[in-house]
Design a binder for this molecule. Sequence first.
Ligand code: PLP
Length: 292
Amino acid sequence: MNTGKITLDTLTPSWLPTQLEAAMLRLDKLDPDISGNKWFKLKYNLEAARSEGKQHILTFGGAYSNHIAATAAACREAGLRCTGIIRGERPPVLSHTLQTALRQGMQLEFISREAYRDSRQSFENRPDTYLIPEGGHNAAGARGCEDILSLFPTGHFTHILCAVGTGTTLAGLINSATATQTVIGIPVLKGAGYLEAEVKALLHPGQTSHWQLLHDFHEGGYAKVKPALIDFINTFFAETGIPTDIIYTGKLVKAFRELIHQHYFADNSKVLLIHTGGLQGNLSLPPGVLSL
Ligand SMILES: *Cc1c(COP(=O)(O)O)cnc(C)c1O
């Protein structure tokens, strides 16, 4: 994968006060299917599979999962077979995400929501198979995300903001940030108080950066798409030319604006937003809703 496509863009939306600086690390530019943080979470997992001599990757997700989309594309590129265990009955018409995964050679197996919950054990003993948990949430996933901040010189930023699902990406950022930086996670799920412990479990003992999860910016919860969010995404794109997604990065940028309104950032703060990609998820909307 060519990380040379990633850029660090200065952000100057109309609502940015002059006493703040902002930039966005555009992981979304990596690849249309393996976009953003998912590739970083996969890279050491695929490497581990290879070094264990395993030719088959098995992982888990829902019908619109960016992780499923990324795994299918990354395995195709790496020449590994892969299976996606998909939560829920097989629908009559597959989502865009699943159709793309199939085209890229991923095998799909649909299992009931009840079976999904304790699915890990039931797949553990398949021969020649390397298991990646849902969302790439493991130590190898976090380690991959430690490489994100060294793509560009980022040491001068005072704050690093990132959208949070499982917290794996955030853990990698916290582990690699410096002692003078504050890493802020914006969970997109409602009631995600369990995340503090999940993130801590992936941190290095000597980690020195400050970090915080801000739980008030989920916009109603995972995959809830309110008109105000759609408007925000459309306006941000019109102003900056940067597309964001309805599940993660749109909420991240909207949270940034709200934090500015709350005077969260001291004058002269330099804020780095991580664009974690996920734009394929926007294809779940009817055409014309977003003007990206
Ligand atoms: C999966 C995903 C996240 C969340 O990553 P975690 O490591 O699970 O917290 C953020 N942004 C996008 C676009 C994603 O697809």
